[in-house]
Ligand binder design. Structure first.
Ligand SMILES: C[S@@+](CC[C@H](N)C(=O)[O-])C[C@H]1O[C@@H](n2cnc3c(N)ncnc32)[C@H](O)[C@@H]1O
Length: 393
């Protein structure tokens, strides 16, 4: 493929990514893989180059671009080598016309940049949300230790601030390694691991992971429980929750799963009301803290979806709290740095529920925000999270 043809291919990938973002369709990762799958003749070097070009444009454009070409022209504006490739050659992009639309550069759509600023995040820090992310592993304590795992991995891995975490360069194909098939590790960001540590679960406890999804945090909780006690993982999303059982089997973790009906969660959890020692509420959110991994996610958020998330967050926090026994605890987590999804939700809960108190959290990282802690790429080298641990009196 010529360099110009790669640019034209990236423009086509971007068109598909933009269309999917507009109709709340598949993620950019998925869209790009489908696009490439339909063109098997493209070699691996070209695939990587196309992907890098497309992701460079996604990271640069704050507002949803009008087209893939407009997005790529925004990159061309700051990259003369790329400008020269708009040469009208066969399979390459047409020459640039003066009046053509060029996508605007920024961290996020203007309204969302305002929300970030109101949440104490500067523009420079916001740009940090779009940097390339490393790949973190969590050594599975049910089968190994961090040191033993580090000694057998094919690459040198860095230790991060979470007790079981190892860090590798982003994109390392760890899921093809035999150590992964043996369940010796899971892929999990250090920040996510730290939010699990905050719940301080112990062997023998009764623990609920209310919004378990495919079990990223469930498996970390299971490892901390060392196979003793009862761990219940719930979600309203059947496809996601159904991915948990095979992962748990690989990890050697004992987990009961329960699919919930939206709006009827409390009925389905009647046997757990006021019984749990610890509850994890990893609430659905806009995901502003994970833009490093899916930068096009910021093109999907709307003021309406943010308001919808805030309602869901208050609701899952209420449901989770009803499961906690007197003297028990709950950790509320969002992978978002917007106050509306974190400190404000917890603050409103504490105001309405005088029998709950925010606890001091000691996880060796994070900056206080509201009644909880915030983890960020710039201060903690993690994805962005807000989490708060609450104790029921
Ligand atoms: C942030 S994701 C969970 C990610 C998961 N805990 C992990 O670490 O991989 C939030 C999850 O909450 C689920 N959810 C949304 N509303 C819910 C509800 N009312 N009850 C239980 N789960 C809910 C969503 O389906 C989604 O899987």
């Amino acid at each position: 493929m010529t360099p110009a043809a790669r640019v034209q291919s990236a423009i086509e990938v971007l068109d598909a990514v933009i269309a999917a973002a507009r109709r709340e369709g598949a993620s950019a990762e998925r869209v790009a893989s489908e696009w490439l799958k339909a063109r098997r003749f493209i070699g691996s070097k070209d695939r990587r180059a196309i992907r890098d070009l497309a992701w460079g444009a996604i990271r640069l454009c704050g507002e949803v671009p009008v087209s893939g070409r407009a997005a790529m022209l925004a990159v061309a504006k700051v990259d003369p080598v790329l400008t020269a490739l708009f040469d009208g050659s066969r399979y390459g992009p047409a020459p640039i016309r003066e009046e053509e639309p060029v996508a605007s550069v920024g961290v996020a759509p203007a309204w969302l940049e305002e929300q970030l600023a109101a949440s104490g995040i500067s523009r420079e820090q916001g740009a940090g949300l779009l940097a390339r992310a490393p790949l973190d592993l969590r050594a599975n304590r049910l089968k190994t230790t961090r040191d033993r795992l580090a000694a057998i991995l094919p690459l040198e891995a860095e230790r991060t601030q979470a007790p079981d975490a190892l860090r590798l360069p982003g994109g390392t194909p760890v899921e093809s390694w035999p150590e992964f098939a043996e369940g010796l590790f899971e892929v999990q960001d250090t920040g996510s691991q730290l939010t699990c540590s905050a719940l301080e679960v112990c062997p023998g406890e009764a623990v609920v992971d209310l919004c378990a999804g495919a079990g990223g945090k469930t498996l970390a909780l299971a490892a901390a429980m060392q196979g003793e006690g009862h761990l219940l993982a719930c979600d309203i999303d059947r496809p996601r929750l159904s991915r948990l059982a095979p992962r748990a089997a690989r990890a050697g973790a004992q987990v009961e799963t329960r699919l919930l009906d939206p709006g009827r969660e409390t009925e389905a959890l009647a046997d757990w009301q006021g019984k749990a020692d610890a509850v994890m509420v990893d609430a659905p959110c806009s995901g502003t803290g994970t833009w490093r991994r899916g930068p096009e996610a910021r093109w999907r958020i709307t003021p309406q979806s943010l308001a919808r998330y805030a309602r869901m967050q208050a609701e899952v926090l209420r449901i989770g709290a009803s499961l906690v026994r007197p003297g028990g605890r709950l950790t509320y987590v969002v992978c978002s740095l917007l106050d509306a999804e974190g400190p404000d939700v917890v603050g409103a809960f504490l105001e309405r529920n005088p029998e709950w108190r925010a606890a001091e959290q000691q996880v060796g990282a994070g900056t206080p925000r509201g009644s909880g802690l915030r983890l960020t790429p710039w201060d903690d080298s993690t994805d962005g999270f807000f989490f708060a641990t609450l104790h029921r009196l």
